[in-house]
Design a protein around this ligand. Structure first.
Ligand SMILES: [Zn+2]
Ligand SMILES: [Zn+2]
Length: 117
């Protein structure tokens, strides 16, 4: 039995946390030392997770190893650390990949509003 007048529901996008953070000098040196960097490390960050998420904030800082290794900073008021973590890479039905670190808190990036960064 088919339903006529099926209405495509716009997905409701969650807003991002957008708490800011900064990579420390020593962490920045760690990032600079990574071989085959694709870009320069990002020093000033905005959390990319869902607004109101539990746990630490997280933001992408660097792609290295020709783009095979992604580095993130995770932080809270007590401080932060950088680490290379595989990307979540869950996709939605439009093949938008989630660009957050694996095992991240909250919604996938394609479920979040784009923001302006
Ligand atoms: Zn956050
Ligand atoms: Zn995800």
């Amino acid at each position: 039995m088919s339903v006529t007048g099926h209405r495509q529901q716009e997905p409701l996008l969650m807003s991002r946390c957008d708490v800011t953070g900064a990579v420390t000098d020593s962490d920045f040196d760690t990032l600079l030392a990574q071989p085959n960097r694709v870009s320069s490390p990002i020093r000033r960050l905005r959390c990319e997770l869902r607004a109101g998420h539990p746990g630490r904030h997280a933001a992408f800082v660097l792609a290295a190893a020709h783009g095979d290794r992604w580095w993130w900073m995770r932080w809270n008021t007590a401080g932060g650390e950088v680490a290379d973590i595989p990307v979540c890479a869950v996709s939605d039905e439009d093949n938008d990949d989630c660009l957050l670190p694996q095992h991240h808190e909250g919604e996938h990036s394609f479920q979040l509003s784009a923001g302006d960064h």
